[in-house]
Design a binder for this molecule. Structure first.
Ligand SMILES: [Zn+2]
Length: 142
């Protein structure tokens, strides 16, 4: 059976009990506290601690999966964007305005990369990016 998203290995389900957020929790013998199993596995893969503000995300969307190949370091925003791309759902987002932060708008306007690349990066259409650049949208941000 082909795996989703080009993943080569099947999911490995953590035997640890699941915490309140649906992620498996295991005991960290080094730090002497319960930690999300996925973070522990990802740190092993990276060979360093996960950066502050970042979390262990799944390519496979399976919260209990602890297969190293399926885990990557990312922000909550990446996570949300990823999930959105996978679900192709745009619930609660009105004509592309809500998905940017002020910092994103500044980034887009200062950026030298093409509209298409920016669009891909933010998971929006190239038209949305062009409208931001032309200040047709988000005009209140300088
Ligand atoms: Zn997986």
């Amino acid at each position: 059976m082909p795996l989703e998203g080009g993943l080569k290995k099947p999911c490995k389900i953590s035997p640890s009990p699941v915490g309140s957020k649906g992620y498996p929790i295991c005991w960290d013998f080094v730090q002497k506290r319960g930690r999300t199993h996925t973070r522990v596995v990802l740190e092993e893969k990276l060979g360093r601690p996960i950066k502050p503000g970042f979390c262990a995300l799944h390519h496979c969307d399976n919260r209990r999966c602890i297969e190293q190949e399926h885990l990557y370091e990312g922000t909550f925003r990446d996570n949300a964007r990823d999930r959105e791309a996978r679900n192709r759902s745009r619930k609660g987002i009105h004509h592309g305005n809500a998905m940017f932060t002020e910092a994103d708008i500044k980034f887009i306007r200062q950026s030298l990369v093409s509209d298409r690349q920016l669009a891909k990066r933010f998971g929006v259409g190239a038209t949305t990016v062009r409208r931001v650049k032309k200040r047709e949208t988000w005009a209140h941000i300088k």
